[in-house]
Design a protein. Structure first.
Length: 324
C-alpha cells in the first residue's frame, strides 16, 4: 500500500492505555489545523481484526491491523498498556514492527510500549525512556538500553520514546516542532492547553519513595524508622549505631542490600516527605526544610532539583491540593 510521508502509524496492543493513542492523534490533528494543510495522517493499528478494549474499558475499531504492510511510513509508534509487563511475546507483532520500522523515517514508543518495541532489538544501544514504574524492568530485560527514567521525551537518532501516558503528547509536540517549526508546535500546545515543554522530569510524579523496605530485617526496621522520622539526625554513624554495626560495615551492607547509599536513602525519604507537605499546601518550602532537618531552604531546593528537576516552590504551585 502506497502511503504519504506524513503517515503516523500507532500500534495499539490489547488493553492499550487510551490516551497513549488519542493524545498524540489529537496533537497531530491540531498540527494540521494550525498549519492549514494536511501534514499528518494518523492510522491506528490493531494486532487482530477486532475492536480493541482499552484499559479504561472503552472500545474502538483500529483503522487496520498488522496484516497491513505499509510501503513507507513517516513515524511508527507503539502505545503502552498496563498489562504489557506480564504479556506473552507475540512474535508476529514483533516481526511486523521490525519490517515497518525499516520503512519508517523514525520510530519508537509511548509509555510501557517500550517493553514491546524493545523486543525487536531496534532500541539496543539507544537512549530511551518509558513510564517510571516500568523503567527498571525495561533496563533489566534489555541491559544494552540506556534508560533515562526521569525524562519525558528522549530522541536518539531515528528512535523517539516517551514516558508515561500524557508524555505521548509531549513527544508528538516535539515531533511537530521538528517537522513544522516552533511556532506551530507552540500553537498546538496552546490550543490543547498543555505544556510546550514540560518543566522538570517525570520522577516528580513517581512514588518510588513509597516502595517497601529492602534487605535484612535490621535494615528494614531502620528504613521504616527513617521514613517515619525524616527530620531527625540520620548520619551514617547514627544509623550504624541504631543497628549495632560499625559505620564502615553498615554503609557497605546498606548499599549492597538496599541498592543505594545511606545518604541517598535519607535524601529520598526527606524529599518524599517534603513532597507530601508541599502537596498539602500547609507549609512554605522554608518551613518544610526546617521540619525535615535541612540546614536551610537551599538544601531542600538542591535535593528537589537533583531528584525532580524542579524547585520546591514550583512543585508546590503545580501539585498542591489547595489549587484543585
Amino acid at each position: 500500500m502506497r502511503t504519504p510521508l506524513s503517515t503516523v502509524a500507532i500500534l495499539a496492543p490489547p488493553g492499550v492505555q487510551m490516551l497513549d493513542v488519542s493524545g498524540p492523534a489529537d496533537v497531530f490533528a491540531e498540527a494540521n489545523r494550525q498549519s492549514g494543510r494536511e501534514v499528518y495522517r494518523v492510522v491506528t493499528v490493531g494486532t487482530a481484526p477486532l475492536a480493541i478494549m482499552a484499559s479504561s474499558g472503552m472500545r474502538f475499531l483500529p483503522d487496520t491491523t498488522i496484516r497491513q504492510e505499509f510501503e513507507r511510513l513517516d513515524t511508527l509508534l507503539v502505545a503502552g498498556s498496563p498489562t504489557l509487563a506480564d504479556a506473552a511475546v507475540d512474535l508476529g507483532v514483533v516481526a511486523w514492527l521490525q519490517r515497518q520500522a525499516a520503512r519508517s523515517r523514525r520510530y519508537g514508543s509511548i509509555c510501557s510500549g517500550a517493553l514491546l518495541f524493545a523486543r525487536t532489538g531496534l532500541l539496543d544501544g539507544r537512549r530511551v525512556t518509558t513510564h517510571w514504574k516500568v523503567a527498571e524492568l525495561l533496563a533489566e530485560r534489555h541491559p544494552s538500553l540506556h534508560v533515562e527514567a526521569d525524562a519525558f521525551v528522549v530522541r536518539d537518532g531515528a528512535v523517539c520514546t516517551a514516558a508515561g501516558v500524557t508524555a505521548g503528547m509531549d513527544l508528538a509536540i516535539a515531533l511537530v516542532e521538528e517537522d513544522l517549526g516552533r511556532d506551530i508546535a507552540k500553537a498546538v500546545a496552546a490550543e490543547l492547553v498543555v505544556f510546550y515543554r514540560r518543566p522538570g522530569g517525570q520522577m516528580q510524579f513517581s512514588r518510588h519513595g513509597e516502595s517497601a523496605p529492602a534487605g535484612r530485617s535490621a535494615l528494614q526496621e531502620l528504613q521504616r524508622y527513617v521514613a517515619s522520622h525524616p527530620g531527625e539526625n540520620h548520619s551514617v554513624a547514627t544509623m550504624a549505631a541504631r543497628v549495632g554495626l560499625s559505620p564502615r560495615h553498615f554503609a557497605r551492607i546498606f548499599r549492597q542490600d538496599v541498592g543505594m547509599t545511606p545518604a541517598e536513602f535519607v535524601e529520598a525519604m526527606r524529599v518524599d516527605a517534603a513532597r507530601r507537605l508541599l502537596e498539602e499546601d500547609h507549609e512554605t518550602p522554608k518551613r518544610v526544610a526546617d521540619r525535615l532537618g535541612y540546614a536551610n531552604a537551599n538544601g531542600l531546593r538542591r535535593a528537589f532539583l537533583r531528584r525532580f528537576g524542579v524547585t520546591p516552590a514550583d512543585y508546590r504551585k503545580r501539585h498542591s491540593h489547595a489549587r484543585l
